[in-house]
Ligand binder design. Sequence first.
Ligand code: NAP
Length: 283
Amino acid sequence: MKIVITGAGGQLGKALIQLFTDKDYEVFPYNKQQLDITNRTNIKEILDKIQPDFLINTAAFTQVDLCETEIEKAYLINGIGPYYLASETKEKKIRFFHISTDYVFSGEKLTPYLEEDSPGPKTIYGKSKQLGEALALATYENTTIIRTSWLYGHGGNNFVNTIKKLANYSQEIRVVYDQYGCPTYTKDIGIVLKQLLTKPSGIYHVANSGSCSWFELAKEIISFLNKRVNIIPVSSKEYGVKTPRPKYSVLSPKKLNSNGIFLQDWKEGLHEYLKKEAGSSEY
Ligand SMILES: NC(=O)c1ccc[n+]([C@@H]2O[C@H](COP(=O)([O-])OP(=O)(O)OC[C@H]3O[C@@H](n4cnc5c(N)ncnc54)[C@H](OP(=O)(O)O)[C@@H]3O)[C@@H](O)[C@H]2O)c1
């Protein structure tokens, strides 16, 4: 089976290339320079050439603060890009998988978000990602939206790697305690994606199980690394967060579980990731 992966230079893209590179799949990864998802002709030409069975879109403009000022760019990449991909995959009868985010929710709920909960994004990033979801679903019935959250993966810019780096030279790190979510290992999304290739299209929430605050996540990283660093809990306000994130964007695994798919707990995922980072020169 042939799989085109867009956004292949990003942290999730890199993980998917590794996971799908086996005897069952032929992987065709494209980074931004090779396939710009806002360029319809570019998409058409590549799909005509490869004729894949699946297209997985991990490409996005993911810098939440920058999206607030580069609004047009955010809507173009996160909103219109997925629409182009849905249109072109529809024409060629290719199954379309699009990665989305917990930030499509407002964060006002007190229990985990279900797939059928109404989105209510507050940030431009969340709004532009919601537009991408809506356009793709309205354009092509064979679209699968995978909402995930708080990603970390090898070779990526992410919270876990930032804390790891800071722990090498800081004695104190201030971390917000009033935002809750599900930290998720990119490798685990890949494992689930393989299983979703044969499931019905639609929206799925895919995140490591359980939830925590950024503060609790930082504490777990430091404790695993056995570093003598004091993690100071601060509110988002005290921290001076530029763009308010959802307070609570925990994704419910119910639908996934009812399809017989289960992800490991966030602490197990984190430990596995940190062990691999420490133990292998490959990472
Ligand atoms: N990171 C998270 O915590 C998180 C949480 C929830 C959901 N998600 C979603 O998960 C997906 C993957 O995220 P990630 O963490 O892997 O992000 P990432 O590391 O920022 O990767 C995104 C990739 O897309 C590329 N890109 C940007 N504009 C493009 C375009 N027009 N055409 C093709 N490629 C383009 C980027 O290239 P440049 O860097 O060169 O611009 C980057 O390599 C995204 O859909 C994101 O919204 C992420």
